[in-house]
Design a binder for this molecule. Sequence first.
Ligand code: ADP
Length: 263
Amino acid sequence: MSQRDEIARLKTQFFSTVSHELKTPINIILGAVQLMENMDNMDKESKDKYINMQKQNSYRLLRLINNLIDINKIEGKQFTVNFINCDIVKLAEDITMSVVEYTKLKDIELIFDTDVEEKMIAVDPDKIERILLNLLSNAIKFTEAEGRIEVSIHDKEDTIEISVKDDGIGIPKEMHQSIFRYFTQVDGPTHRKAEGSGIGLSLVKSLVHMHKGRVKVESVLGEGSEFTVELPVRLVEDSIHVSKETTFANVERINIEFSDIYT
Ligand code: ADP
């Protein structure tokens, strides 16, 4: 395919994905508003249900818009990464544990395992949170009820590996490279195309590259997937904050990243 054809293809795909992704949540929000308008004496349970629907779909819209803003910033090289020295083990564990409510909803077992107790490296904690929340939300989305998700940390001396492994539906081999490109989603009866925009993993890849790291996938269709993020072990000298006790209880961020997972 020529570069021009590829640009034209991406443009068409972009408009079709974005309009679909905007239209679906807006329709759900409007539907819920109309129902509430037409029912005078709505009981508390139904009211909570419709409010929840509106909230979740507003988060879904916010997620898409945030992702689009980020893509634009990355393309325009305006995306800033603020490195600080922090304990990557604690950071990854806090982020993993912050999604436990979502795994419980699907009866998924969530395990955190590490071969090192503490490891200080220079990262942008905010970006690491984006990366891991993206991988975790995919793992939950594409794993059946009563499945298992394992997040593990391996100290490889020069690098730290963080892996997010699930026993979900898996990804066909021919898609292992392309899922990291914008708007690529696996088609077919097992993957439901409507959830998500195919932006998450391309953002993950860009954010990992900004840390001079790498991300790879190993997956067998029907058996599960493992995404591994490899980060270089290095420290920054002028780190303003040295953070060991970073706790990320950013509920809003989690709600946004997990808005594809219907409760
Ligand atoms: P989306 O918003 O669609 O989840 P992503 O870029 O995060 O976008 O993922 C792209 C596609 O890769 C997904 O639509 C899905 O088909 C596939 N995928 C990603 N993670 C997993 C996983 N853990 N298991 C199975 N398929 C996955």
